[in-house]
Each structure stands twice: as structure tokens, then as C-alpha cells.
Design a protein around this ligand. Structure first.
Ligand code: MRU
Length: 357
């Protein structure tokens, strides 16, 4: 298998009466299985339990979920708009941190309200086209991130990444992994160190699976091993994805990312973030206002069906942390590499008018 054979993470199959087909990421790496969603409740649960996960992918899933929620509305346009509002509120409640999810839902609402006086069916068709467009734009953004990030990946580079910010976390091709795929396609030799990423092992299960499938050299390490690797000068670069980036560059990503950024700083290793413009939340001045998802403590104490913590001992399970912008060497987007990372460079280089909103 090569990169070209990697299956699409999420797709709408058929016309308006069709369904959403997604890779069930909870089943990897043991088996590649797909999950078909035909109603909004199935989609909500798929997002919540991480069958579909990764900030851009859950944005696409939410947009398609909104279509599933309203497509049977044939009575009135006003009735459809009320139904859509409820569905968006419901879908937004599935996961709070990745702004791509609410970004996609807000866009769907704007599409529904566009030209006045259409019947419900016509609005539904417009919504479906918008959801497909969000998916297609994400794939294009990931390709562009690969292009802009390519100069960071020299022949022989040894790159450390955390969680999964690859093809599986997006429509296709990934964010943090996009420059790596771009370098690999050009024949540059790269070695990727994938943090296993406790507690749900997105690095070990997903990043390792997709890089191996694409023929990229990948090795999995315990999260605690990163410091030692850096100390022994075995890492040239760290690159991760993002779930929400505040106006000053503070970046929420999978729990453990902040620690990696501190380690990279201590060892003089550049720490980069890669994310599409849909991951920026310019309404939030800094990272302190980013909502952090608290997940079921059972994911820590009874990971993958086996108790690893004595019964009765409480576990903490914050799913994300916030890396201050001043620890980030640059943010690779589909528009530019923003560097240095601060309020001014973000405002200037990512002119809001360029954002596909
Ligand atoms: O809880 P997850 O698996 O959805 O967390 C995902 C991450 O933290 C990714 O790094 C982030 O969404 C970027 S995906 C391109």
C-alpha cells in the first residue's frame, strides 16, 4: 500500500437520500472498518467516541451530520431553519475544543439562510453541496500545508509528532503529516517518531498505521521517551496539529503537546504547528479562553478493557492542553507559514478576508 491507497476518512455517498461513510478509527490498527451514518444521532455518537476524530475531520462530520438532521424536512423552509438550529446546537455539544466543528456548523447555518424564499428541498441540496465543499476544501488546504511545510523537511530529517494529525484526522493528507508526505513523495528520506499518545493511543494506533501504509519510516515511542530522544540529539524537528489557535497563537492540541514544546525549547529543537485557517479562532484573544474537553476518566484507568489503576483511585482526563504561541517556531497553514508566532503576524499573514468562511 502507498499513500495513494489510503482510504478517504469521510465521504458522502450518493445524493441527498444517501449517507456518510467514515473510517471507524476506534478499530485501527487491528482492522480497517467503515461506519455508515444515516442520522444525526449516529453521527453525534461517532464524534463523541472518536470513531471520527481530529479537528478538521470532525468539522466535516458535523457539517454532514447537519444535512442528515434536516434532509427529511419537506414542509417549510422556516421549519427547516428551526430544525437546523437545533441540530447544530446538538452536534456542537459533542466535543468542545476543536473549533473546526463550530466553524463548520456556523458556515452551514449561513448557507441555509442565504437567498430568501427557497423551498426546504432546495435548501437541503444547498446544504449537502456546502458539506461536500467543506470536505473538498479541507483536502486542498492539507495539500497546500504540505507544500508550505515542505522546506522544513530535509532529506534525512528525524521528526517527532504527537497524537494523529494525519490523513485520518482530515479529509485526506493531514496537517502535521502533510509536509512529511510531500517530502516522502519527492523521495526524501524521513524518520518519524510517533508519540504513542496516552490515553487513547492515537499516535501508536493511527499515526503509525497511516505512515506505515504510506511507506514512511515510523517508530512509536512512549510519551515519556521524547525527552531522552531529544537529549541524545535524535530529533531535528517537532511538528503537531492543532484543535484551536487563539488570536495570539496560543494553540490547543492533544494533551502532552505543551510538554513537548517545552522540551523542544530546552533542547533548542524547532517546534512547529500545522493547521488550516479553519482551526484559528480569532475571537479568542489567548489560550486561557479555549474550552478544554474533559473526557471519561475510565479512558485513563481502564484503557482498552484492562484496569491499570486500582479501583477507587480517581483519574484525570483532560483531552487537550494549550501551548503558548511563544514556544512555537511557526504555524504552517494553507496560506503561509506564520512566523514568528504572535498576534501581529497572525493578523497580517492570515488576513481574515482570505479565510474561506
Ligand atoms: O482527541 P482527538 O484524537 O480528536 O485529538 C486530535 C488532535 O489533538 C489532533 O492533533 C488535532 O485535532 C489536529 S488534527 C489535524
Amino acid at each position: 500500500m502507498s499513500l495513494a491507497d489510503l482510504p478517504r476518512t469521510i465521504e458522502w455517498i450518493g445524493e441527498l437520500d444517501g449517507f456518510v461513510r467514515m473510517i471507524d478509527q476506534t478499530k485501527l490498527p487491528e482492522s480497517l472498518e467503515f461506519i455508515d451514518c444515516r442520522d444525526v444521532s449516529t453521527m453525534w455518537h461517532a464524534i463523541k467516541r472518536l470513531s471520527v476524530r481530529g479537528a478538521p475531520a470532525i468539522g466535516i462530520a458535523a457539517a454532514m451530520g447537519a444535512v442528515l438532521a434536516v434532509r427529511d424536512e419537506t414542509v417549510s423552509a422556516d421549519g427547516l431553519l428551526v430544525k437546523l438550529e437545533d441540530a447544530c446546537r446538538y452536534l456542537a455539544s459533542s466535543r468542545p475544543t476543536a473549533v473546526n466543528l463550530t466553524w463548520a456548523l456556523e458556515r452551514m447555518k449561513r448557507v441555509a439562510h442565504a437567498p430568501a424564499r427557497e423551498n426546504a428541498k432546495a435548501i437541503c441540496i444547498r446544504l449537502l453541496n456546502a458539506a461536500k465543499q467543506i470536505r473538498d476544501e479541507d483536502e486542498a488546504a492539507c495539500r497546500a500545508i504540505g507544500k508550505y511545510g515542505l522546506p522544513l523537511i530535509n532529506d534525512g530529517a528525524r521528526i517527532l509528532t504527537h497524537c494523529n494529525a494525519g490523513s485520518l484526522a482530515t479529509a485526506y493528507y493531514g496537517t502535521a503529516l502533510a509536509p512529511i508526505y510531500a517530502a516522502h513523495e519527492l523521495g526524501r528520506r524521513v524518520t518519524v517518531f510517533a508519540d504513542e499518545t496516552r490515553p487513547l493511543l492515537q499516535g501508536a494506533r493511527l499515526t503509525a498505521w497511516e505512515l506505515q501504509s504510506a511507506g514512511v519510516d515510523v517508530r512509536v515511542l512512549c510519551d515519556g521517551a521524547a525527552a531522552s530522544l531529544m537529549q541524545r540529539r535524535q530529533v531535528d524537528l517537532v511538528i503537531t496539529g492543532a484543535d484551536r489557535i487563539a488570536a495570539n497563537g496560543d494553540t490547543a492540541n492533544k494533551i502532552g503537546t505543551y510538554g513537548l514544546a517545552l522540551l523542544a525549547k530546552a533542547h533548542g529543537i524547532p517546534f512547529y504547528v500545522a493547521a488550516p485557517s479553519s482551526t484559528f479562532d480569532l475571537a479568542i484573544p489567548d489560550g486561557s479562553a479555549i474550552p478544554i474537553e474533559q473526557r471519561d476518566p475510565g479512558e485513563v484507568g481502564i484503557g482498552f478493557g484492562r484496569s491499570t489503576v486500582p479501583e477507587g483511585v480517581p483519574c484525570l482526563n483532560p483531552a487537550f492542553d494549550v501551548t503558548p504561541g511563544n514556544l512555537i517556531a511557526g504555524i504552517v497553514t494553507e496560506i503561509a507559514v506564520v512566523t514568528p508566532v504572535n498576534r501581529e503576524t497572525i493578523a497580517k499573514q492570515l488576513n481574515p478576508l482570505q479565510f474561506s468562511r
